[in-house]
Ligand binder design. Structure first.
Ligand code: GLA
Length: 751
């Protein structure tokens, strides 16, 4: 996997090769990242940017008069020796704040799979892997930089990270340190980023690259709904994918130089960050993920899905089917009591629900109360004898029980605040800014980590909860903690939360943990090191979930994406669509319901039972199958397939009512095998649109069909779907597709 020959470092994954070598000056120069190479050939053949002749540039040195540091493809970079691009590292050394650094080769070693560095950062597992550690140093000062490259036997994802060790005699302030730098000699790409806000997280933005710097960043203190750390570069020569194991501020930049090269940097956001390293101290930047495929964006997502499932998310729930849940929030709000919960749970059980989640409200005294964060005690007027009786009742029904907490925040109206006002984050001399009427707890303090751990431990252990929804409902302000330098506050705060998560998940390894942050505002691989799934969005309108899920699925496996059917008309958007589309969309995720199930009518109950039965029968494939986006225009097709593509499920959705688009509706499934024959069966679903019900005397099941279809046809032209209702005939073989009408198809190989 990792070899070093004639000064060339060769890092091979199953399908890719990454090459660099050390120039005579000691700088590691990037040679190649692309499809796997058997032989490296002649060094001189690689376009590294070291053979241009330019005026205006500074020569690196007398000894290297033709080396201009801004041209080579470099493995890392810093300020002050002629590189005009944004640097991976910036720092100030000593009392005079020296800013020139020049890191050159010192040493290298290969670490075996299980020696991971211990910096309390979330980390990808390193089994089936080797890590190349390249040590560079700034010779005049002794400051050391360590570049780490982890290469896996069975994945095309590489893990990269970077550390700085202050081996000088002066204090060093790190101003910025990217986890990953990638310089490549091509520029013809589209940058694909995942942006939005509350209720519209991770929607796809495509930007053709041009000379200049394209970048995204989070200043929220959280990986944020505004800009996810995931991004892709997609071009004719293939696709690169990047991500970051960090749940706080981050910055990603893609700099297209006037010399036909690109520099990619990803890591902590330098704004609001600095780190003081006294002599002898070390700082590790978070791990970054990097993959290349000669294929398209779907291929890049497949690498990422597979890697996250095998090397990031906790193992206890790896390939373990996620239970169908009912969450109390949208249906019950804060109106929780033992009696209400048991009534909902009993009704949900009849439908086939397997996990009842008690959301916000169990610890808040009133129906409109917003206080009590930090106490984590069930409120007496709702649960006079605590939560145990409710949990036991749920368990007795044969269901699992879950609970909502928000451990990172504190309310002014809480016993915790009354006892420890100093735990609330505030900047001296200023009133702290509230967010959702609550404040940050000071996670830079070990005693806060310990205290909240004890409260959570007691809550889960004493009551026997099987699932926790771990929420975080505000961004950062008022960065300050006593004895912590301002620029270190956010980093140290996040480490405190990771420490709590680490301890908590070690104590309850079997517990299913779902992350959440006002919906999906903190959806990143750092969180996924502790949580197997994350609530996708507070926007549960299934039609809005289509772009949110399409975007999220570019980097994150579908089983990580919490997805619920909620009440129609939707509570946030007021939109009316149908419960079958709500199911079809959300079936591609960690599925559940979030509405008052006691208010469903008879048809809805039958419909939900059918949905749950279908989901249970197919959930291994829906949750863990290889996921592919086929089209994402007015027509959306998603598919999941098993390992040998002998069984697939396809989702087909038309954004505008069928009548608006006179076209041949067809199902295109490129993942089918060309040489196979398939049986395609449409899932029969309930048609409840009033006009259609009048024509058929009430709610009825949709068209039924089963077809034998050659794989090659499914892959290329697609299989013709039923004629769509256009206002006149509505017979057994007519499909009704209203706005956002959709179907699911089961595709099984028969020969
Ligand atoms: C956040 C979450 C919701 C719900 C509420 C409860 O907004 O995203 O799912 O848990 O908090 O207050």
């Amino acid at each position: 996997m990792i070899s070093v020959e004639n000064g060339v470092f060769k890092l091979d994954t199953p399908n890719t090769t990454y090459l660099f070598h050390i120039m005579e000056t000691g700088h590691p120069v990037h040679l190649y990242y692309g499809p796997r190479l058997a032989e490296t050939g002649d060094l001189a053949a690689y376009p590294t940017g070291t053979n241009l002749r330019m005026p205006t540039f500074v020569n690196y040195s007398d000894a290297a008069p033709r080396l201009y540091m801004t041209l080579p493809l470099l493995e890392t970079s810093s300020w002050g020796k002629g590189d005009l691009r944004q640097g991976a590292f910036a720092g100030e050394l000593g009392p005079s704040g020296e800013i020139v650094f020049d890191f050159t080769f010192s040493d290298w070693r290969i670490e075996s799979a299980d020696t991971t560095h211990t910096s309390h950062l979330p980390a990808a597992r390193k089994d089936h892997a080797q890590t190349l550690v390249l040590t560079l140093s700034d010779k005049p000062t002794g400051v050391v930089m360590e570049l780490r490259y982890t290469v896996y036997e069975d994945s095309d994802m590489m893990v990269r990270s970077c550390a700085v060790i202050n081996n000088s005699r002066e204090p060093l302030t790190i101003r910025s340190l990217a986890s990953l730098q990638l310089d490549i000699p091509e520029t013809d790409f589209e940058a694909i980023t995942f942006n939005g806000g509350w209720a519209r997280e991770r929607t796809v933005t495509r930007a053709p690259l041009t000379v200049g710097t394209f970048g995204i960043a989070s200043n929220a203190g959280s990986s944020s709904a505004e800009h996810n750390p995931l991004f892709l570069l997609s071009g004719r020569q293939g696709c690169y994918l990047f991500n970051l194991l960090w749940s706080g501020d981050h910055r990603e930049t893609i700099e297209v130089t006037p010399y036909d090269t690109i520099r990619v940097l990803t890591g902590l956001n330098p704004e609001g960050f600095s780190r003081l390293l006294n002599p002898g101290e070390r700082f590790d930047a978070p791990e970054a993920l990097m993959a290349y495929t000669a294929g398209d964006e779907n291929e890049a997502s497949h690498i990422s899905h597979d890697f996250i499932s095998r090397y990031i998310t906790p193992l206890a729930w790896k390939n373990r089917e996620r239970p169908v849940l009912l969450n109390s929030w949208e249906g019950m709000g804060l109106d929780l009591s033992e009696e209400n919960i048991i009534r909902q749970a009993a009704s949900a059980k009849e439908l086939g629900v397997e996990l009842f989640v008690i959301d916000d409200g169990w610890f808040r005294p009133g129906l409109h109360a917003i206080g009590s964060l930090g106490d984590w005690e069930p409120v007496k007027n709702k649960f006079p004898d605590g939560m145990k009786r409710t949990v036991d009742a749920i368990h007795d029904m044969g269901m699992l029980a879950g609970i909502w907490v928000e451990p990172e925040c504190i309310s002014i109206d809480s016993d915790l605040y009354r006892a420890h006002p100093e735990y609330l984050v505030r900047s001296p001399g200023r009133d702290p800014s509230p967010g959702r009427d609550q404040y940050l707890l000071d996670y830079t303090r070990d005693e806060v980590v310990d205290l909240i751990y004890e409260k959570l431990e007691k809550l889960i252990a004493e009551n026997g909860f099987d699932y926790v929804k771990w929420d975080m409902n505000r961004y950062f302000s008022d960065d300050h903690a006593p004895n912590v330098r301002g620029g270190e506050f956010r980093f140290r705060w996040m480490l405190g939360v990771y420490r709590l998560l680490d301890r908590f998940t070690r104590r309850f390894p079997d517990l299913l943990l779902e992350g959440c942050s006002s919906g999906g505002s903190r959806f990143d691989p750092g969180m996924l090191c502790y949580a197997n799934q994350i609530w996708g969005s507070d926007n549960t309108d299934a039609t809005d979930r289509v772009p949110i899920f399409s975007g999220t699925s570019c980097g994150y496996p579908q089983c990580c994406f919490g997805a619920h059917v909620s009440r129609i008309p939707n509570e946030i958007t007021g939109r009316v669509y149908d419960y079958e589309t709500a199911f079809n969309v959300n079936a591609f995720g960690a599925f559940g319901y979030e509405l008052d199930v006691t208010k469903l009518n008879e048809t809805e109950r039958r419909m939900f039972s059918d949905q749950i039965a279908f989901y249970k029968e197919n959930r291994a494939l829906l949750q863990f199958g290889k996921f592919t986006r086929v089209e994402d225009g007015d027509e959306v097709i998603w598919t999941v397939e098993n390992e040998d593509a002998s069984k697939l499920i396809a989702f087909y959705l038309e954004k505008r009512a069928g009548v608006f688009r006179h076209r041949i509706h067809r199902l295109v499934v490129p993942s089918c095998r060309s040489d196979a024959l398939y049986r395609v069966t449409a899932r029969r679903q309930w048609i409840t649109a009033p006009g259609m019900c009048e024509r058929r005397g009430g709610p009825h099941l949709s068209e039924s069909f089963e077809r034998t279809v050659p794989g090659a046809l499914l892959r290329r032209n697609g299989m013709a779907l039923m004629p769509v209702f256009l206002g006149t005939e509505y017979k057994e073989d007519t499909a009704f597709l209203g706005d956002y009408g959709s179907r699911l198809f089961l595709i099984e190989k028969i020969a």
